[in-house]
Design a protein around this ligand. Structure first.
Ligand SMILES: Cc1ncc(COP(=O)(O)O)c(C=O)c1O
Length: 370
């Protein structure tokens, strides 16, 4: 039996009638850009995340980029972020002319280590960009304490963490701004690209609203700033509104799958199950285990041979990406490097069956027992 890492068609089939009704209504309305669905989705997602404002954009990448520009980050400034994330997190910092300062991660959660943030702050630091990786909130209490002490704003990269929470609150409502992605594979996935910026600040809301329309305000043809074409379109907003209504139950199914994995992996030598901090609600965008002693690649190969989908997020930590050449070669980020050698993400999507999950578990047990 083969088991996919992710199968988007299963969820679509479940909610097909609702999705098709709403998408058809958009097509028939003739209103395709910044219409009633985007407006309603912004209100509903603001309520869901607990942030005052939510602005629909065309990707998580643009949400990050626009939020950093709203903070006033630009050439000569430094932004501290995690070395263990998807490339878009650091790409936007370079793209707006600022310098990335990489911090290491905490080994259990794979999230940025607040102690390393503190060590890396300089007079040039203009933003802190923690990433709620794989669906688990960072230690936001510590990060917000640093922000309050230094006055440096915090941008939450919540692209993998819609619905995640912890003692400090819900992802996207804790920092100065939050960025979400609705790339189809995300827990809340559109039928194409989509993103969202959340904030409690009216000023940031107005900036983002202007940026997504080429730097205009109320008059469409007066451009006060250089912006982007970064709108969430009506069809995507209609799909997202339907899926948002189901999101908590989908996330609960992911969590139930994670519980089953944890129980099984506790009994298998050589594999460390995904870790959930006490008081946190991990949403398991990815279910990521550690396999130490140089055996990760062997396990991955075995799973692939058995037809079990799995992937390494991320094989190359950000400070070692080829685009940076030798720029960060002197950096010693032990935990980010170790994670890149040891992590493996397993199927966790809500519609995964128990039989399929047992297949994943026995394939892992087979290779690690040897
Ligand atoms: C952590 C992280 N940041 C940023 C992004 C960028 O989001 P998008 O693909 O919507 O631009 C993604 C997703 O791809 C992500 O996983």
């Amino acid at each position: 039996m083969s088991v996919p890492l992710l199968d988007l068609k299963r969820q679509y089939k479940q909610i097909k009638d609702e999705i098709e009704r709403e998408v058809l209504a958009v097509l028939e309305s003739g209103y395709y850009i910044l219409g009633p669905n985007v407006k309603a989705f912004e209100a509903e997602s603001a309520e869901y995340t607990g942030a005052k404002f939510a602005i629909g954009l065309n990707s998580g990448t643009d949400a990050l980029r626009i939020a950093l520009r709203a903070f006033g980050v630009g050439p000569g400034d430094e932004v501290i972020t995690s070395a263990f994330s998807y490339f878009a997190t650091c790409e936007v910092i370079d793209d707006i002319g600022a310098r990335v300062v990489f911090a290491d991660i905490e080994p259990k959660t794979f999230n940025i280590d607040p102690a390393d943030i503190l060590r890396k702050i300089t007079s040039k630091t203009k933003a802190i960009l923690p990433v709620h990786l794989f669906g688990q909130l960072c230690d936001m209490d510590s990060i917000i304490a640093i922000s309050r002490e230094t006055g440096i704003p915090v941008l939450e990269d919540a692209c993998q963490a819609v619905g995640a929470s912890g003692p400090a609150g819900k992802a996207g409502s804790i920092g100065t701004a939050g960025a979400f992605s609705f790339f189809p594979s995300k827990n809340l996935g559109a039928a194409g690209d989509g993103g969202l910026l959340t904030t409690n600040s009216e000023e940031i809301r107005d900036f983002a609203t202007s940026m997504r329309m080429h730097g205009t305000k109320s008059d469409r043809y007066r451009h006060e700033l250089f912006g982007y074409n970064s709108r969430l379109d009506e069809i995507q907003a209609a799909v997202l509104r339907v899926k948002l209504r189901h999101l908590d139950s989908f996330n609960d199914l992911r969590r139930a799958n994670a519980d089953r994995y944890r129980e099984a992996f506790d009994k298998i030598e050589g594999i460390e199950p995904a870790f959930e901090e006490n008081g946190y609600r991990h949403t398991y965008h990815q279910y990521t285990v550690r396999i130490a002693d140089g055996r990760r690649d062997e396990v991955q190969k075995h799973l692939q041979e058995k037809g079990v989908g799995c992937a390494v997020y991320y094989m190359v930590p950000l400070h070692r990406q080829p685009v940076y050449g030798e720029l960060y070669s002197g950096l010693n980020l032990v935990e980010s490097d170790r994670a890149a050698r040891e992590v493996l993400s397993l199927p966790i999507f809500p519609e995964l069956t128990e039989t399929e999950q047992s297949e994943v578990i026995s394939a892992i047990a087979e290779v690690l027992a040897k």
